[in-house]
Design a protein around this ligand. Structure first.
Ligand SMILES: Nc1ncnc2c1ncn2[C@@H]1O[C@H](COP(=O)(O)OP(=O)(O)OP(=O)(O)O)[C@@H](O)[C@H]1O
Length: 444
C-alpha cells in the first residue's frame, strides 16, 4: 500500500482563450488553418504529494490555480498534461454548487452525493440522521436546494462531505461562507477528522486556519509551485508575495529560500532616510475602497506602512511578534503639538486597541510648514488571530479644540496569524504551570 493519499505528477492545465467567439466556433468545426486561440496555463507542471493522515494547505494569490488543482484531484476537471494518483475514498467540498443538483431537494442531494462517492442507499440511510443533525437546516431539507441561502447550502454540503466517512477530505474555502458558530462546528469536526488519521487537503485565504490545522503547506503562484514546507515559512513567503516583495521568475524553492534575506534588504526602504525612498510603501497595500478620509488639510499623511519584526512591509502579522506601524506626515502649515495616532478595529467596527503620541508622552512642540515627520509605533501583536482594520491619523488641539489634520479611517486590512487563540480580543500571554498535589501535602 502506498504511503501517499494524493500524488500530483507533472500536472498542467491549459485553457484556450479566444479573443472572439467566431474564432472559437471556427476552431470547433476545424475551419481554421492556424489555431486562433492563445494558451493560458492555469497550472504548469505541478508536482506535490500528500501523505496519508496529513493535513495539507494550498495557499496562493487570486488566480494561482488552487481551485483548478482541487478540481483536477476530485475529477471535476481533466488535466491537459500529467496525472493524479488517489489512494482512498475522496469527499470534496468545492465551490458552492459543485456536486449538487439545484432542482433536487436537500435529501435527494444527500443521496446523489453519497452514491457518487460510492455508497449504497442503505449505507446512506444509516448516515442520514448524522448529516441532518449536523446541517441543522430544519424542514429546508425537503425543499429544492436552489431555494437555499448560501449559508444553508454550505451547511448541507459540509454535513454531507464530512459525515459520509471519507478517507480524504478536500475543502475549498467553503467554510468562510457559514456563520461563525457553524464554522466553529466544522473546525471541531476537522480536528476529529485529523485525530482519526484521515487526510485533508484544503485551500484557504484564512492564514490563521492554515497555520492552525496544516502540517504542511504548498504555495502556488501563477499556476506553479513556488515552495512547500512548514506553514509558518510558507505563510511568510505568501505575505511577501501579497505585497510584491518576492520576485519569482523561474526560481526553485531552494533559490527562493536563499534569496529571502537578500530580498528583504533590497526591498526595505531605509527606515531613517525617507528621502531615499524609491517607491511609496502605501502602494504595496490594497487600500480599502470604503476608506473614510478627512481633515482640515494642515497636514497630510503622505505614506504609511506596517512592518513585521524582520522589517518587511506586510499586511499580516504573526501573533506574539513585534511589529511597527509607520506614518509619514507632511505639514502644510505651522501646527502646535501635533499628535500621531493609530487604531485597530475588528470587522464589526469595534475599536479594539490603539494609542497616540500624546498618550505615549512623545510630544512635538511645533511642526512648521514643509516639515516631514516619520512616526513609528513599535509593539507586540497580542490580538487574537483574525482580520482587523487599521486607522491612522494626525490630530491635535487648537485653542483647546480637538482638530483632525488628516485621518485615514479603516485604511488597510491587517490579518493576525495565530496558531493559538484564547478567549476574547486579547491574549494575556499566560504562562501556565500545572502540578499534581500529593495527598496530605496541600500546604501553601
Ligand atoms: N474555465 C476557464 N477558462 C479559462 N481560464 C480559466 C478557467 N478557469 C480558471 N481559469 C484561469 O485559471 C487560473 C487559475 O484559476 P483558479 O480558479 O484555479 O485560481 P485560484 O487560485 O483558485 O484563485 P482564487 O483565489 O481567486 O479562487 C486563473 O488565471 C483563471 O483565470
Amino acid at each position: 500500500m502506498s504511503e501517499y493519499a494524493i500524488q500530483v505528477k507533472n500536472v498542467s492545465k491549459m485553457y484556450k482563450l479566444y479573443d472572439r467567439n467566431r474564432d472559437r466556433i471556427m476552431d470547433a468545426f476545424g475551419l481554421s488553418k492556424a489555431p486562433r486561440y492563445h494558451e493560458h496555463y492555469a497550472l504548469h507542471d505541478l508536482n506535490f504529494s500528500v501523505k496519508k493522515g496529513e493535513t495539507v494547505g494550498i495557499i496562493g494569490t487570486n488566480g494561482a490555480g488552487k481551485s483548478t488543482i482541487l478540481k483536477i484531484i476530485t475529477g471535476v476537471l481533466n488535466p491537459t498534461d500529467g496525472e493524479v494518483d488517489i489512494n482512498g475514498r475522496i469527499s470534496a467540498l468545492l465551490e458552492l454548487g459543485a456536486g449538487f443538483n439545484m432542482e433536487y431537494t436537500g435529501i435527494e442531494n444527500i443521496y446523489l452525493n453519497g452514491t457518487m462517492i460510492g455508497f449504497s442507499r442503505e449505507e446512506i440511510d444509516k448516515k442520514l440522521d448524522d448529516i441532518l443533525k449536523f446541517a441543522d437546516i430544519g424542514d429546508f431539507v425537503y425543499q429544492p436546494v436552489k431555494t437555499y441561502s448560501s449559508g444553508m447550502f454550505v451547511r448541507l454540503a459540509f454535513a454531507v462531505a464530512i459525515n459520509i466517512d471519507p478517507e480524504i477530505l478536500i475543502v475549498d474555502e467553503a467554510l468562510s461562507v457559514g456563520d461563525v458558530f457553524f464554522q466553529a462546528k466544522c473546525y471541531k469536526k476537522f480536528e476529529d477528522f485529523k485525530k482519526l488519521g484521515k487526510t485533508i487537503l484544503f485551500v484557504s485565504h484564512d492564514l490563521g486556519s492554515v497555520a492552525k490545522y496544516c502540517d504542511r503547506v504548498v504555495l502556488l503562484n501563477k499556476g506553479a509551485k513556488i515552495a512547500e514546507g512548514n506553514p509558518k515559512q510558507m505563510i511568510g513567503m505568501y505575505k511577501k508575495l501579497l505585497v510584491n516583495q518576492l520576485e519569482l521568475d523561474e526560481r526553485t524553492q531552494e533559490m527562493v529560500m536563499e534569496d529571502e534575506q537578500e530580498h528583504n534588504r533590497i526591498n526595505s526602504p531605509v527606515f531613517d532616510n525617507t528621502s531615499d525612498k524609491v517607491e511609496l510603501w502605501k502602494n504595496q497595500y490594497k487600500i480599502n475602497p470604503a476608506l473614510d478620509e478627512y481633515g482640515n488639510g494642515k497636514a497630510h499623511i503622505i505614506d504609511f506602512a506596517v512592518r513585521d519584526e524582520e522589517g518587511t512591509i506586510t499586511s499580516s502579522i504573526e501573533k506574539g511578534t513585534r511589529f511597527s506601524i509607520l506614518s509619514e506626515v507632511k505639514f502644510e502649515d505651522t501646527v502646535q503639538n501635533p499628535i500621531f495616532t493609530y487604531t485597530f478595529k475588528n470587522i464589526q467596527g469595534t475599536a479594539i486597541t490603539g494609542t497616540n503620541t500624546m498618550y505615549e508622552k512623545q510630544e512635538i512642540d511645533v511642526a512648521n510648514a514643509g516639515d516631514v515627520y516619520l512616526c513609528e509605533f513599535n509593539q507586540e501583536m497580542n490580538l487574537q488571530g483574525g482580520e482587523y482594520l487599521l486607522s491612522i491619523s494626525c490630530t491635535g488641539y487648537r485653542d483647546g479644540d480637538f482638530t483632525v489634520y488628516h485621518r485615514l479611517y479603516d485604511v488597510i486590512n491587517i490579518s493576525v496569524v495565530s496558531d493559538k487563540n484564547t478567549v476574547g480580543f486579547y491574549d494575556m500571554n499566560s504562562k501556565v504551570k500545572i502540578t499534581k498535589v500529593e495527598k496530605g501535602k496541600q500546604e501553601r
